[in-house]
Write a protein that binds this ligand. Structure first.
Ligand code: SAM
Length: 206
């Protein structure tokens, strides 16, 4: 089946994307809702989580993505591959991740990944960047004690900006990271590596 075509970027501040989502009920989306949950924010076509869900059947994986056709395509692929530990949600993480996760049971969220989010280079577009104070607060609130957050990007100024937002949260400690701790690379990571560009990474633990 051909890959679904989508806009390269969408403006998360546009009225269309300022909707109020239904809070997820993990009992309705995963066969075993008691498994540890890994949340990938900005999951795009979802291929990273697809391989992670195949590799780690003892975890649940939730992708969050603002481009709805990609979410539909990724959920179709999950179903076709009989992956009952994988699900994607259409959500504007900058604006309403807190509502989406509102009913998440405590002690569920063990891992969060934020990988190569759109940089929105221009200063006047800075408010469109995915990681903001609200997102950090939401993630830290739901993360289990000793849960981890992994962030990577090839854009130096964006790396510093995102890392600072997490560093200033008193509930987190930064841990040394020599390389990507995951056995699977995202599509963007593979493209960046092919070009031989540097990747900036950070890991935080609650
Ligand atoms: C450059 S892509 C990287 C995709 C994937 N993480 C990877 O590493 O290959 C960034 C993704 O984040 C999504 N995104 C951007 N802003 C978002 C937001 N506010 N909420 C949810 N997803 C968002 C984009 O639509 C896009 O799919």
């Amino acid at each position: 089946m051909p890959r679904v075509r989508v806009h390269q970027h969408v403006n998360p501040l546009a009225p269309y994307f300022r909707f109020t989502p239904q809070p997820i009920a993990i009992g309705n989306i995963f066969v075993n809702p008691h498994l540890p949950l890994h949340l990938d924010i900005g999951s795009a076509r979802g291929r990273f989580l697809l391989k992670m869900a195949e590799t780690f059947p003892d975890q649940n994986f939730l992708g969050v993505e603002i481009r709805e056709p990609l979410v539909e395509e990724a959920n179709r692929l999950a179903r076709e591959n009989d992956l009952t530990n994988l699900h994607y949600e259409f959500n504007n993480a900058t604006y309403s991740l807190d509502i989406l996760l509102e009913k998440l049971p405590a002690d569920t969220l063990q891992f969060v990944t934020i990988q190569f989010p759109d940089p929105w280079y221009k200063k006047k577009h800075a408010k469109r960047r995915m990681v903001n104070d609200n997102l950090v607060e939401t993630v830290v609130e739901h993360l289990t004690v000793s849960g981890r957050i992994f962030i990577q990007t090839d854009v130096d100024f964006l790396a510093e900006e995102m890392f600072e937002l997490f560093r200033k949260n008193a509930g987190l400690h930064e841990i040394e990271l020599a390389e990507n701790p995951f056995p699977i690379k995202t599509e963007r990571e593979m493209a960046v590596e092919e070009k031989g560009l540097p990747v900036y990474r950070a890991m935080f633990i609650k």
